[in-house]
Design a protein around this ligand. Structure first.
Ligand code: ATP
Ligand code: MG
Length: 230
């Protein structure tokens, strides 16, 4: 799938997207009919208070959380109006770094990074080659056989970034990737993420780290379910 789109058409477009969660007897309207256009090859930082719906938005963009109403256009196609196979195609062109990493604890770094390419009819030897290339990009070639509980916080995030990059996605989503890291490690993560934008990919990252906000093309905030430019 092409990572680009023409100048007139946004790469990603949310139109009147509404999402509510039910917790116990109450309904929380997390995203209130939001509109968001993102151009190909750009970087966007999302900020907002805890619980404001940043992760929900990222999961919606990753097609991991269905929306209640509205429309999601990915490279001009409505992702909810097309068939499942096309959906799978879109999913495979999205790489996500989850807020809590979500690495599989009983797999090594190399095996974790192989997971996204393990069910695509790719030979194991080729899977490992792709995974090693992604791990090399994040500087983790010397930790291939380490399990997640043997990795530092910064190494865990770098491994999660490698797993997000292994399919060569055109859209990279990262949820608080520099969360509790010291500023030097945070700056390495920031360099890695913004490096991928240079390769004509699109980056959407949830972060309150000023290092990332300064480098982003754009910062948007979510508060009370409403999205605003910052
Ligand atoms: N699966 C779920 N079921 C019910 N409620 C949920 C679910 N996921 C999130 N929520 C609620 O939706 C709201 C937004 O959650 P979300 O994780 O998107 O916030 P966030 O902005 O990412 O917060 P943080 O900065 O703490 O990571 C919260 O009130 C949360 O409790
Ligand atoms: Mg979150």
């Amino acid at each position: 799938m092409s990572g680009g789109s023409n100048d007139t058409q946004p790469f990603i477009s949310l139109r009147g997207v509404h999402k509510s969660w039910r917790a116990g007897g109450t309904r929380i309207d997390v995203l209130r009919h939001i509109d968001l256009d993102i151009r190909a090859g750009t970087s966007t930082v999302i900020v907002g208070p805890s619980g404001s719906g940043k992760s929900t938005l990222v999961h919606v963009l990753a097609l991991l959380t269905p929306i209640d109403s509205g429309e999601y256009l990915f490279n001009g196609s409505s992702v909810y109006a097309v068939n499942r196979w096309w959906d799978v195609g879109i999913r495979q062109s999205i790489g996500i770094v989850f807020q809590d990493g979500k690495l599989i604890q009983n797999l090594t770094a190399l095996q974790n990074v192989c997971v996204p390419v393990s069910h695509r009819g790719i030979w194991p030897r080729q899977q490992k080659k792709l995974a090693k290339r992604a791990l090399a990009q994040v500087g983790l070639l010397d930790r291939l056989d380490s399990y997640p509980n043997q990795l530092s916080g910064g190494e865990l995030i770098r491994c999660a970034i490698a797993r997000a990059l292994v399919t060569e996605p055109v859209l990279i989503l990262a949820d608080e990737p520099t969360g509790t890291l010291d500023s030097e490690t945070g700056s390495t993560i920031s360099d890695l993420l913004f490096g991928v934008v240079k390769e004509q990919r699109t980056l959407v990252v949830v972060s309150h780290n000023p290092l990332l906000a300064e480098r982003a093309d754009r910062v948007v905030s979510i508060r009370d379910g409403i999205l605003d430019e910052v």
